[in-house]
Design a protein around this ligand. Structure first.
Ligand SMILES: NC(=O)c1ccc[n+]([C@@H]2O[C@H](COP(=O)([O-])OP(=O)(O)OC[C@H]3O[C@@H](n4cnc5c(N)ncnc54)[C@H](OP(=O)(O)O)[C@@H]3O)[C@@H](O)[C@H]2O)c1
Length: 302
């Protein structure tokens, strides 16, 4: 990124979705990089977004966006001179990202747009399941960006830790000490992305946007088999082994029909059971101290 030994060009990062679950883990990391002059952070928000988490002293530029049919001029101003735009919008904002893409079309400064993906590598076959329809919207956004020639980065995770073992419905539930088995999931590994790692890693990637342009990037900090989960949780529970339950093929087929969380969890169980995670190459993330899975889970329930 350096144009000469005396001047460093820092990346101008536009960020929207910072009040959400994933976004609020990215925000402090971007603020830190902004303080260190490694990036210049510009927060993109809609009129009425809650800005109370951004202390005035942080001296961070904020620009308004309006992701609807009437927002083009406002959005064009908002993305002026940005090198990278990161979107962590939630479900209600997925489709609206087309308006952001419209404003990014023909941008002279943009190196890449990280759209709100943070899902797994789904195959065409998997996306045929009626319950996974909402994931198709993310694919539509990718197609739309390509049609507008807007450079794009898709960030893939395995499962996010909080959405995997914090909820009883996933069957593999840390506070309840239960592990659910489907197909070969005792032997096969599941990719788990802790939300603190995701927030840190996304922020690091914004420092050098050209290096991730037009790529699919995998981010996960744990890759553990069912047996390894059982061992870690037995240690955490002072020798009490998790209760093992079994997910049936019949229930799997039923869950795949239900649009939303049940279908996603079902499809993830099958990925784990069949070891069908797709590409695994990860970028090097400087400065992240990896924990063991057991240490991570211990912290998680404290
Ligand atoms: N792989 C996994 O296990 C997993 C799990 C969970 C989430 N995810 C993915 O992570 C991403 C973020 O999810 P999340 O749970 O963090 O979402 P979330 O908490 O629902 O995020 C909401 C954010 O989106 C913004 N937003 C919503 N609609 C908008 C619009 N029309 N215009 C501008 N901003 C809008 C909100 O802004 P305001 O402040 O203005 O309301 C808020 O900042 C999604 O792609 C999701 O699918 C993956």
């Amino acid at each position: 990124m350096s144009s000469s030994s005396s001047s460093i060009i820092i990346s101008k990062v536009g960020f929207l979705g910072f009040t959400g679950k994933v976004g609020s883990s990215v925000l402090p990391n971007l603020i830190e990089l902004n303080k260190q002059n490694k990036i210049k952070l510009i927060l993109l928000h809609r009129q009425g977004s809650d800005l109370s988490k951004i202390a005035e002293t942080e001296n961070i530029e904020k620009r308004i966006i309006k992701l609807d049919e009437n927002g083009l001029e406002i959005n064009k101003k908002a993305i002026e001179n940005l090198d990278i735009v990161v979107s962590t919008v939630g479900t209600t904002g997925f489709r609206a990202q087309i308006h952001l893409i419209d404003s990014l079309e023909n941008s002279k400064s943009l190196k890449t747009f990280i759209h709100s993906d943070f899902g797994t590598n789904w195959t065409e076959d998997e996306l045929q399941a009626p319950g996974l329809k909402m994931i198709k919207i993310k694919e539509d956004i990718v197609d739309y960006a390509k049609s507008k020639k807007v450079p794009l980065t898709s960030i893939r995770v395995g499962v996010l830790d909080e959405f995997f073992y914090k909820y009883p419905a996933s069957g593999t539930y840390l506070p309840g000490n239960t592990v659910q088995v489907f197909r070969n999931s005792l032997k096969n590994k599941i990719r788990v992305t802790s939300i603190p790692f995701l927030g840190y890693a996304i922020a690091q990637l914004t420092i050098n946007p050209i290096s991730i342009a037009n790529q699919i990037t995998q981010l996960y900090d744990f890759n553990v088999s069912g047996e390894e989960i059982i061992q870690a949780w037995t240690n955490i529970q002072n020798g009490i082994k998790p209760e093992i339950t079994y997910y049936t093929e019949d229930q799997y087929q039923k869950d795949l029909q239900v649009i939303g969380g049940f279908a996603i969890i079902a499809a993830v169980r099958a990925k784990w059971g069949d070891d069908n995670w797709g590409p695994s190459d990860q970028p090097k993330i400087d400065g992240w101290k990896l924990k063991t899975f057991e240490q991570h889970c211990r912290n998680f329930i404290q």
